[in-house]
Design a protein around this ligand. Sequence first.
Ligand SMILES: [Zn+2]
Length: 212
Amino acid sequence: MGYINVYTGPMKCGKSQKIFNELKRQLIAGKNIKVFKPLLDNRAGDAVISTRAGNSINAINIQDISELKNYEADSYFIDEFQFLKGDVHTIDEMATAGKKFYIAGLNLTSEKKIFGKMGDLMCIADNIEMMTSICEVCKCEEAVFTYYKGRKDTDIMVGDAVYVPVCRECYNKLMHSNFSKAKKLVSRKHEPSEVSSLGKILVNDFSYQCHF
Ligand SMILES: [Zn+2]
């Protein structure tokens, strides 16, 4: 029997790195693996999954979940699952037939709406890892939401310079203020040097990506 593992949370919580680490292990073990990403996500150029820690691997571009059936593998790795269309029961059927799934995706849009088919996917999953980021406003380690710093017309998040992970408290403050004002309002609970090693990567990566 196969299984479905889901890694989810806000922006910059290390979801892609998580599936990357597992696929590296399975490659070393000589397993037949295949890696997928939605056609929409062109953050790292076509058909490549990249992580904030600097790893990358070639991936197959798909748009609909049903396309997975066209590819034979022991394990299926999917990044940015929230952008895929279709019915998650395809994945359930494939897992029942012995296939293993490692899937990363954003659970919520910046308006806290369930992102694409992520809710459906979590309901049929064997394991769900809910991951957190460092809050970009107060630097606590419990950022569970993604906040959008500008004007927004659709749910689509492509490129993440204007999306930031924030904690529940800061999200609420940001919704009643603008970002720079809120940053002054909320006192820093931790300096970046005090956060965990994973946190340091995320903080450094953010300063590289966003410059503010
Ligand atoms: Zn915060």
